[in-house]
Design a protein around this ligand. Structure first.
Ligand SMILES: NC(=O)c1ccc[n+]([C@@H]2O[C@H](COP(=O)([O-])OP(=O)(O)OC[C@H]3O[C@@H](n4cnc5c(N)ncnc54)[C@H](O)[C@@H]3O)[C@@H](O)[C@H]2O)c1
Length: 337
């Protein structure tokens, strides 16, 4: 009986991990989510999926999981950098505390389960505007971080490694770069008091604005760069890590491709056939991540993971999904007033 628990499984990437588990014929998938930054309709509908509404920072929520558990995928977070800057205590409650609560619960109730913790590449990437090299899987981090989100993500990795190396729990870590794809719903979840709750990440924001003829605002000269990875590729990588990853180790789920925000905006304008204008504005004062991308070699060699969806292809399917779901997305955005 294969039973996986996906914490944060209603979220953008978590829901794709659920889909991947179902495709891989898991017999039971239990989703735990408090719907803070997600919508119930994003959870795949399937008789094998059970949904538990509640916070993973409360051990009573986790204790509602019934039966033997083989794998735990932890994807809950307080989304994302800017919301965490606005509310560091909410970040602690919904980003770092769930991580420790989940590890403690697994150790006490499912000690033989494999845990996959999802880290963030931004927390370890050097802050540079010079020509970057792919960031490898370093286990070093500066004391000074750009946001409480980044602190929670890297501290979560420290707990994951501690539980693996010092307490014998079977925990593997993956590091995401910049995920994009269908299912990232603008305005999803409950209001948390900043405009960034609506706009989330650059890809869904630019697609929405391009489809509505609104200007695309690029911070700085648009030369900041990221490593964009299509969400289905990420979900495949998460499962590969759960099967082939070594406990205590960390794996980049990266494409190794650097794309500037200016290049990204052009791709989006092409696929939306939009006449939206691009406007340059000042750099974001909190964001010191200039140019970065991940080094994919370790996950290629040890997990057999390579990204399959090229950026233009992935943007095309994300634009198609956005077009098909415009009414639903408008409704989630409108809830924020
Ligand atoms: N999206 C990216 O580009 C990116 C990059 C690096 C790392 N990550 C990591 O990937 C994971 C998934 O991110 P995402 O983009 O899908 O975000 P998301 O906001 O769509 O998903 C997070 C989910 O966690 C849920 N959640 C929040 N607090 C919770 C709590 N206390 N208990 C239970 N559930 C809770 C939210 O409701 C949401 O469904 C996160 O751990 C995030 O830090 C994402």
């Amino acid at each position: 009986m294969s039973h996986a628990v996906v914490i944060g499984g209603a979220g953008f990437i978590g829901s794709w991990v659920v889909k991947e588990l179902l495709e891989q014929k898991y017999e039971r998938v239990t989703v735990i989510d408090n719907l803070l930054s997600s919508e119930r309709w994003n959870i795949p509908t399937d008789p094998r999926v059970e949904f538990i509404l509640g916070s993973a920072s409360d051990s009573n929520t986790l204790l509602r999981v019934k039966g033997k558990v083989e794998s735990v995928f932890h994807l809950a977070c307080f989304h994302g950098n800017q919301s965490s800057i606005a509310n560091p205590l909410m970040d602690l409650e919904n980003n770092l505390k769930p991580t420790l609560t989940v590890l403690d619960w697994v150790e006490k109730t499912h000690p033989n389960a494999r845990v996959v913790y999802t880290g963030a590449g931004c927390a370890v990437a050097p802050k540079t505007w010079d020509t970057p090299t792919g960031v490898p899987e370093v286990d070093e981090t500066p004391i000074l971080h750009d946001s409480p989100y980044s602190i929670s993500k890297i501290t979560g990795e420290m707990y994951a490694k501690y539980f693996a190396d010092r307490r014998g729990l079977d925990v593997v870590r993956v590091r995401f770069q910049n995920a994009y794809g269908p299912g990232e719903i603008l305005g999803a979840g409950q209001w948390r008091g900043t405009e960034h709750t609506i706009w989330r990440n650059v890809v869904p924001t630019f697609i929405w604005k391009a489809l509505h003829g609104q200007e695309l605002v690029l911070h700085g000269d648009g030369e900041a760069s990221r490593d964009f990875v299509y969400v289905k590729d990420l979900a495949r990588g998460v499962l590969a890590a759960s099967i082939k990853g070594k406990s205590g180790e960390v794996y980049n789920l990266a494409s190794g491709q650097e794309t500037t925000i200016k290049q990204l905006s052009q791709i989006i304008l092409n696929f939306t056939t939009s006449a939206s204008q691009i406007r340059l504005t000042e750099r974001r004062d909190w964001d010191h991540s200039g140019r970065r991308f991940g080094d994919p070699r370790k996950s290629q060699n040890e997990l057999g993971f390579v990204t399959e969806v090229a950026l233009p292809q992935g943007i095309e399917s994300t634009v198609n999904w956005a077009r098909e779901n415009l009414t639903r997305i408008a409704a989630t955005m409108a809830r924020h007033g």
